[in-house]
Every structure is written in C-alpha cells, then in structure tokens.
Design a protein around this ligand. Structure first.
Ligand SMILES: *Cc1c(COP(=O)(O)O)cnc(C)c1O
Length: 409
C-alpha cells in the first residue's frame, strides 16, 4: 500500500478534498497534515517503524533517487512525523517544517547547517542558557565567530551588522528576562549583509507571534514547551523556506540524526489541536498574575511584555498577539525571601520547565542559568532575587490566591 496523498498539507494542493478557501489556523490545527491509512481512522495513526519495504528492487532504486514519494528510513522521515510537520507548517504559515528530538537539537541544527569555519554570527545576548553555550562555546571551537549585542539597542545591531554575516540569531521574548527584539528592524539590517535570520520563538509560540511574517527566514521551537504543553514529551521543530530546508537543513539533519520519534510526533500532532485554546488561556492567566504581582509590596519589578511598565511594551504589542505564558519578577530580600515564597506555594510547582498546563516557578540564577558566569548573569539581569513563573491552565483566581498567601508567609 502506498501512503495516501496528504490532502491538507500547507501546499493547499487541490485534489477534490481540499476546501477552496483559506482555512483559519484553528481549523488547520485540527485538519492539516492528516494522512489516513486504508482504515479511515479518525485519530492520527502512529507508525512505529524504523524501516519501509519496496515492491521491487527497482522501486527502491527510484525511491533513493528521489523519483518517487516513498519513505526510506526512520532517520530521514516517518509518516506520523510528516503529519506533525505539515500541521505545524500550516499553523505557522511556513513552506516546510522539520521535526527534531528536542528544542536544542532544533536550535543547533538550524544554525550549524548554515555555517563553516570563518563564518560570522550575530546574536541578541539575552537567551536560554543552552543556546548561549552553542553560540558562545561550541561553534567558536569550530572556527565560527559569534558577536553578542544588546537586542534592544538599534545602534548595537547597526554596528554589528555592517559586515558579512551568515546567521543572525534572536530569541524574543527571551527566557527568562522577557526582553523583546524588533524582528522587522533586525531582519532588514541582516538581509543587507546576506544573513539568514533565525528566531527562537519558544516563548511566544506560533499562536502569539509569526516571525516569518515579520521578515525572519527561519523559526525554531522547543515543542517540549507550549506545543506539547502537558509535560509529556521532548521535541523540536525548524520551519523555513524550501531552499533553506531542502538545500541546507535536510542534508545536515539526514546524516547527523537529531530525529523526532514517531511516538513523540504522535503526541505532538494531537497537542497541536488544542494549542491555540491552551496558549490563549495561559496568556490570560499570565497577564492577570503579572498585574497582581505589580501590586505586591515586596515585588520590586515584574517583566511581562504586555504590561505597560515593560520597556518594549509598544513593540511587543505590535509584533505579538499576546504577552506569552511566562513572566519573571524580582523580590526585595534576595534569594532567602524568594525561596521562602516559592516553598510556601501550594498550587504552583517548583520546576524548571515552562509552557506547561501546570503553573511552574523556578530560580534561574541557581538552576537553568546556573552554568553562566556571574558577570554574564548580571549583564543579562539574572539576579539572585529573580524568579521565572510560567502560567498554566489552572483558574487565575487560584494562582493569584496561591501567590498572595505565599507572600504573606
Ligand atoms: C527550553 C528551551 C529551549 C530548548 O528546548 P529543549 O526541548 O529543552 O531542548 C530552547 N530555547 C528556549 C527559549 C527554551 O525555553
């Protein structure tokens, strides 16, 4: 049996089943990418197979020569993984998507497939610590130069992007400071010097920000975060143009093997069906909690892009549909007071994950960003008094009550 044509792929190819109008992304989140087997199942099938068979030796020859649409081997592609990739591409509005085993393998492959010895990368300094390690430590060992700028400072971007540059890497909003980078402004500057702009869109999710529409070339995700969003599986994804995926990313990925498993892809394809509902609710909860925290006397600052007090509030409003599920805040009394508050929480869990249906709080200084040296942490704003709080799907009244009582001690 050859696998069935994928009628709802983003290509929107008309084959008698595809509607003649542009579908809303909430519809695509449920319908895109479905490739039914011969049984007409409603739930997406999970193809747990490492290999595929051929009707003849000649068919295998043609398959390997890329002349026929036939799966070859689980490291390259799998029908369940394809369903996930096509569905996410449809939601993002991207020509193509490639799933990976984790967010970090997506981040690494998205950059590494473009650079060789002697190439130059410019990145906004405020970012997730493992992305920092890839850019500041691993790639420089291979002869790639990396320059970090303050992502909020147009003058630093202009100065850095006045020479040939291969990749510009930005995380906006950033984890855990929620700093915002102007994607349009940076993309315009980057394209003048020939750079490919890669956006880590984990914190916003595809529901709240579409970097490709703002001029970026490539978007990457940790699907572990909002896309699964229920604390079950690791995964990643990279989205971009046909040229980028076919000529740069795929040749790199096929041979280095950061493959997304069929099981995880199956969990993720079903998660996409509820992504927008979940993310909208999490954003509402985050805004309500951010507003509450601004009224707590011992909270000295709250970082949330959709609070008017955020330094990039106007920019955030112009490029995002919501402020995201995650905020950070600082308390008076340093780490001792903060730990007391965290330990007194009864609903919110202490955990370093984010984008989950369960609200989670962490102390980046001593956990996620522990590995970075003190000076760097200070320059990023990651102090001992800073907590990162990811808001989940509980009712906001319970989350606010939990925090209120914890602060009262
Ligand atoms: C979690 C995270 C990653 C890494 O994703 P994993 O799935 O944990 O590998 C990358 N970037 C950001 C912004 C993240 O929050």
């Amino acid at each position: 049996m050859t696998h069935q044509h994928r009628p709802w792929g983003y290509s929107n190819s008309v084959d008698g089943q595809t509607p003649q109008w542009d579908l809303h992304e909430d519809t695509l989140a449920v319908r895109a990418g479905v490739a039914r087997s011969g049984f007409g199942e409603t739930g997406e099938a999970m193809y747990l197979t490492s290999g595929f068979t051929y009707d003849s030796a000649e068919q295998a020859v043609h398959a390997f020569a890329d002349e026929v649409d036939h799966y070859l081997y689980g490291r390259f592609a799998n029908p369940t993984v394809t369903m996930f990739e096509q569905r996410l591409a449809a939601i993002e509005g991207a020509p193509l998507c490639v799933g990976t085993g984790s967010g970090m393998s997506a981040m690494f492959a998205s950059v590494a497939c473009l650079v060789s010895q002697g190439d130059h990368i410019v990145a906004a300094a405020s970012m997730f610590s493992s992305c920092w390690v890839v850019l500041a430590e691993i790639l420089p060992k291979w002869g790639v130069t990396v320059e970090f700028v303050d992502g909020n400072d147009p003058a630093q971007w202009a100065a850095a992007l006045n020479k040939p540059t291969k990749v510009v890497f930005i995380e906006t909003p950033s984890n855990p400071m929620l700093a915002i980078v102007d994607i349009r402004m940076v993309s315009d500057l980057a394209h003048k010097v020939g750079a490919t702009v890669i956006v880590d869109n984990v914190m916003a999710s595809p529901i709240m920000q579409k970097p490709l529409q703002l001029g970026a070339d490539v978007v990457m995700y940790s699907t572990t975060k909002h896309i699964d969003g229920q604390g079950r599986v690791l995964g990643g994804a990279i989205l971009g143009s046909e040229d980028y995926i076919k000529n740069h990313l795929n040749p790199f990925i096929r041979h280095t093997g950061p493959t997304l498993s069929a099981f995880n892809a199956w969990v993720l394809v079903k998660s996409l069906e509820t992504l927008s509902m979940r993310v909208v609710r999490m954003n509402e909860n985050a805004l309500a909690v951010a507003q509450f925290l601004e009224t707590v006397p011992s909270v000295t600052s709250v970082n949330y892009p959709f609070l008017p007090s955020h330094p990039s509030y106007e920019l955030a409003k112009s490029q995002m549909g919501g402020g995201g599920s995650t905020l950070s805040f600082e308390v008076a009394g340093g780490q001792a007071h903060l730990f007391k508050v965290m330990n007194a929480l009864r609903v919110i869990d202490i955990s370093n994950n984010l984008g989950d249906s369960k609200s989670l709080i962490t102390h980046p200084f001593s956990t996620t960003h522990r590995r970075l040296d003190e000076k760097l942490k200070a320059s990023m704003g990651i102090t001992q008094s800073l907590a990162r709080l990811s808001l989940g799907l509980e009712h906001s009244s319970d989350l606010i009550k939990d925090l209120e009582l914890a602060f009262k001690g």
